[in-house]
Design a protein around this ligand. Structure first.
Ligand SMILES: *Cc1c(COP(=O)(O)O)cnc(C)c1O
Length: 375
């Protein structure tokens, strides 16, 4: 039995009627960009996360960029970003005109280590961008405390954490602004690209709305130079149709994670840990292995598809060579990048598929390791 890493078709089969009707409505109305379906989704998603405002945009990277800009972050500013994240977290800081300053990861949660933030603050620091990596909230309270002490803005990158909670409250609505991606494989995924900025601040919402639509509030009247970062009508309609299912899908992900925890307890791999403050939504189920590449190859041979999130920490990406970082600068992020492996994880994963993955993993790790030294 082959097990895919994600299976978007399996999910479509469970909601085909709702999705087809939603897409047909957009085509009938020909509201292909923004419009009523997007507005309805924005209202529903704001309600879901517990924010006053939601601004639908074209993707998650755009959401981070315009959230920063709407908060006044730009040229000459520095923004603190975890070194272990998807490249886009830092990239959006750069496209907003600011410079990312990296901070190493916590060894247990894989999220930004709050204890290391203060050392990265300079007189140019304007904001902190914690990422809720793999679906688990970063430890926000110490971050808010540091931000208050240094007068910094906090913006959440919640692109992997739709519905995740920090101390009982849904992430994304806990800081000045929160950013979501609706890339198809995310916990809430569009049928194409999508993203959103959520905030309780009316002025930030107004600016984000202008920035996504050529700096305009009134058609053909442009107050600032913005972008074309608008959400499409079809994406708004699909996302509104899918949102009522999100909690159930996250619950299924949590159940699959608990089952992996049981079946892999004796594998010798480091398994994900849910922090006391967090309700993890397992966008990814990430294990650590000292022989990660061999494990991935053997699993591929056994028909089990896996992923690596992420093989190169952001500070060592060629795109950021100009920042002058060297291997060893963020050792915990580098240790993780060399060891992380993401196992198949999606709500529709069957018991049989899950057991097959665990069986294949346990079989590979039980094999005698090839000796590192020659006889
Ligand atoms: C997916 C993702 C983004 C970017 O979202 P896109 O919609 O792909 O632009 C940003 N940050 C993190 C942590 C992500 O996982």
């Amino acid at each position: 039995m082959n097990v895919p890493f994600v299976d978007l078709q399996a999910q479509y089969r469970t909601i085909k009627g709702e999705i087809d009707a939603a897409i047909a409505r957009v085509i009938e109305s020909s509201s292909f960009v923004l419009g009523r379906e997007v507005e309805a989704f924005e209202a529903a998603f704001a309600g879901y996360v517990g924010a006053r405002f939601c601004v639908g945009v074209s993707n998650g990277t755009a959401a981070i960029q315009i959230a920063l800009q709407a908060c006044g972050v730009g040229a000459g500013d520095e923004v603190i970003v975890p070194a272990n994240t998807f490249f886009a977290s830092a990239e959006a800081v750069s496209t907003a005109g600011a410079t990312p300053r990296f901070v190493d990861a916590d060894p247990a949660s894989y999220n930004i280590d709050p204890a290391r933030i203060e050392a990265a603050i300079t007189e140019r620091t304007r904001a902190i961008l914690p990422v809720h990596l793999y679906g688990q909230s970063a430890d926000l309270d110490p971050i808010f405390e540091i931000a208050a002490r240094h007068n910094l803005i906090v913006i959440e990158d919640a692109a992997q954490a739709h519905g995740a909670r920090y101390k009982g409250r849904r992430v994304g609505a806990l800081a000045r602004a929160g950013c979501f991606s609706f890339y198809p494989g995310k916990n809430l995924g569009a049928y194409g690209e999508g993203g959103a900025v959520v905030t309780d601040d009316r002025e930030i919402a107004r600016l984000a709305r202008m920035l996504r639509d050529h700096g305009s509030e009134r058609k053909y009247h442009h107050d600032i130079v913005g972008y074309n970062f608008r959400m499409e009508g079809i994406q708004g309609a699909v996302l509104a149709a899918k949102l009522p299912h999100l909690d159930n899908w996250n619950e299924l992900r949590r159940r699959h994670a608990a089952r992996y925890d049981e079946l892999l307890a004796n594998s010798g791999l480091t398994l994900p840990r849910e922090e006391a403050y967090a309700r993890h939504v397992y966008h990814l189920y990430v294990v650590l292995s000292d022989a990660r590449d061999e494990l991935q190859k053997s699993l591929a041979g056994a028909g089990v598809q896996t992923g690596i999130h992420y093989p190169v920490p952001v500070h060592l990406q060629p795109a950021y060579a100009s920042l002058g970082h060297l291997p060893g600068d963020f050792p915990e992020s580098e240790r993780q990048a060399a060891r992380v492996l993401s196992l198949p994880m999606f709500p529709e994963l069957t018991g049989g598929q899950l057991a097959r993955v665990a069986e294949a993993v346990n079989e590979v790790v039980a094999r005698p390791q090839p000796s590192a030294t020659r006889a």
